[in-house]
Unconditional design. Sequence first.
Length: 498
Amino acid sequence: MNPPSPEFQTDIAKLRRLMQAEDFHQAATVGMALSREAPDQSEVWRLLSQAHDRLGNYGLSLMALERFVMHEPEEIDARAWLVRGNLMMGRSQQVEDEQARLQELIRKKPQLGTDKFRRRSTIDLVEGYLRLGKTDEARQQLESLERRGVKGPRLMMMDAMTDIADRNHEQAIPKLRLIIGTKNFPKGTRIQAQFELAKILDREGQYEEAIGLVSEAKSDPELNLKPFDREAYCKMTDRLIAAFSRERMRSMQSSGLGSQRPVFVVGMPRSGTTLTEQIISAHSQCSGIGEQREPIIFSQLLADQLNEEFPECASRASNEQLQGFGSAYLEMLDHYAPNFERVTNKALGLERILGLLGMVLPGSRIVFVSRNPLDNVLSTYMHSMNQNHYPWSRRLEDIALVRAEFDRLLDHWREHLDLPMFDFKYDELTEGPEPVIRSLIEFLGLPFENDCLRFHEQKRLVMTPSFDQVNRPVNREAVNRWKNYESHLQDVVNLFPT
């Protein structure tokens, strides 16, 4: 390895300052440039991974972390983050492989692994097993912790989640109630237990207690959450529509990258995007990378580079900038899904950057996923979401507003955006899956395969709340579920009359 040049020392010092100042957008830009100039310097990869992680670019963060570990193979915290990063990316085999390497490193050098560290990594592995439906393996790991005398709220939560995965609700309910009622447990664990208990009670028809638990969890004053600005959200929709009219887009630059591999699954939370991804990924020529926010971060990076807010800055984007974003995204697909003809990304919020995506990846396809708005709003409310990232998820009326704005934007893109689009309707799927699935695969330009009808037999690691539902055949259990909560939904019904 060549010694660092004086110029490198100056640039790495700048990168450290940007990280300390929490200017993660600029840190990522500087870090990516440094990684090309000095790929043998491990600190560059460490800082770049951290910058991407803080931005929510989990795919790029994991790629940088893997490069860091190539240089520093005995860095135990980095090894642990590889397990967690692969878990977040839904890479089941890599989770088990990295866990084995981590355990081997601890065995060879036990001074590197504390009991707390071993506990954390084992619980991460339990979570991966649960999401794969491997409850026997999850229980074996939990029992190994219990034999070592390990206790604690997160372990109790994983124990209850294993019962839930086995559909053993009678055992899960008292465990969840105990977690909720133990005031000295971490707030996040208690809130998670509230949502899990609410799901069970909903299935058992105890609707009032279920929605009561959710309402309590979402309005907890200790969370100190930022408010949702309804007016600003609607104004942004107006700005997107104005900035990306068909006439304006004609004069905008393009990356010229014609790859047809990217497929963007665009939908509200709890609308069927995970199910759509699972169906597509069942095809032998398709894969999915979950919810990767890289395309959304591109819009923020562009605004930083041009010193102008998005979306107005899009008209000034250069071919070079767009190529840089597009090439980085395609490189990520090559890394995580090599040899696949189509690769899906179902990140939340894609509907708000589709105009830019048409410039960055003009060969991509868009699948719009929709569901009865009343069921969609209710289901979103009943599930836990990051309320700082999605402050609108706390109140039914705010979720309804966001759904209405989502519909407004989709109407605009259908009329103005020159990308191939397909409307995938969840309710039509539940009435008769095969015609809908056949049409979807035809839209992707691929021959139909019967495995797409048996999508629930896949053993994919799904990292969203829908992981337990996509492992079952299509059913109508969730159709018209809103009627069980009609007394709580009057404002929503008024906005979306049936």
